[in-house]
Design a protein around this ligand. Structure first.
Ligand SMILES: C[S@@+](CC[C@H](N)C(=O)[O-])C[C@H]1O[C@@H](n2cnc3c(N)ncnc32)[C@H](O)[C@@H]1O
Length: 312
């Protein structure tokens, strides 16, 4: 069941996204994380009559929601259920040789967190599912009950930076010999039995987030998409990425740095003759953060960090 439009998801840093992403009002933009279509709508509102947005999401609820919301834009908006890591084949299939910008607003939507059946939250009793795509086979419960103790510890340590990762993994493996660890209550009680009381809330959110990242291979998706989209960005076209997790933000920052053009020609030279490599210019040296007013209105914005780079 779809909720009322306003409850689906409140877009984060909406004005800033439009300001940095739109470099040509008649351009073609990809919203790689369509969600409820809030960002896409704001972008479409600012584009001219031939400007287009292609929206991608893994989640069929998001596709249905955004399609209904943006139906009045006709052919200027297209919603496609897809993993953004497959952006290259998408652009090939659409016969698009280049795009003017890509937006990624990473992570999960409010709708996904709030829908008990999707199993993302440790705050309500639920089956541990956590798939962004309802078509994917592997759920959180499969990882919890089938991965080795070392793999579970790695997931929680690497993706959650959880310092009790090894002991939590050991306890999961002990418990699952008696019964499957298949619900948020069971995982919550395992974490609470290991972690001192004052750190429990933080550990719970780290462990659940780490599992979600593993289920959906979120870091692999991100790096593959960034690498593959770069050759398709028009000169002057932009990557606008909002992350909510320190690992993702570091990955984006590093990707921008690795691809930054390091030209040593004197400032007056009309073209580069030094052969400095790289395809990007970093537009935001420091990430842009939501202001207090936005965080007050939307607490889920608080960990958002927006970074922008431009194709040379
Ligand atoms: C934070 S929400 C985006 C909200 C959206 N900007 C809006 O205004 O409503 C993130 C969305 O990205 C989707 N998503 C995450 N990883 C994805 C991937 N690899 N490919 C496609 N969609 C993905 C999720 O399903 C979710 O709907």
């Amino acid at each position: 069941m779809l909720k009322a439009l306003d409850n689906f998801h409140l877009p984060v840093l909406q004005a800033e996204v439009c300001q940095y992403l739109i470099t040509d009002k008649n351009g073609v933009y990809v919203d790689g994380t369509l969600g409820g279509g809030g960002h896409s709508q704001a972008i479409l509102e600012q584009l001219a009559a031939s400007g287009r947005v292609i929206g991608i999401d893994l989640d069929r609820d998001a596709i249905a929601q955004a399609t209904a919301r943006l139906s009045n834009y006709g052919e200027r908006f297209q919603a496609i259920q897809l993993n953004f890591r497959d952006i290259k084949s998408l652009l090939t299939n659409l016969r698009l040789k280049s795009i003017d910008g890509l937006l990624l607003d990473l992570g999960v939507s409010s709708h996904q967190i709030d829908d008990v059946n999707r199993g993302f939250s440790y705050q309500v009793p639920t089956q541990l599912d956590m798939r962004l795509s309802q078509d994917q086979k592997i759920r959180a419960v499969d990882i919890l009950n089938q991965s080795s103790e070392q793999e579970l510890a790695r997931i929680m340590y690497e993706y959650g930076e959880e310092r009790f990762a090894r002991r939590i993994a050991e306890k999961i493996v002990q418990e699952r010999q008696l019964h499957p660890v298949d619900s948020s209550e069971k995982l919550r009680s395992i974490v609470s039995s290991i972690v001192p009381f004052q750190f429990q809330i933080k550990s719970l959110s780290r462990v659940f987030q780490a599992l979600r990242i593993a289920v959906n291979q979120e870091l692999d998706n991100l790096i593959q998409c960034l690498n593959d989209v770069l050759p398709y960005l028009k000169p002057g076209g932009r990557l606008v990425i909002i992350s909510y997790h320190s690992l993702e933000d570091r990955m984006v920052k590093q990707f921008f740095k690795d691809n930054e053009k390091k030209c040593h020609c004197p400032p007056g030279f009309p073209i580069c003759v030094c052969g400095g490599e790289g395809m990007l210019e970093i537009v935001t040296r420091k990430p842009i953060l939501p202001g207090l007013a936005e965080i007050e209105k939307n607490s889920r914005a608080r960990s958002g960090k927006l970074r922008v780079a431009q194709r040379i």
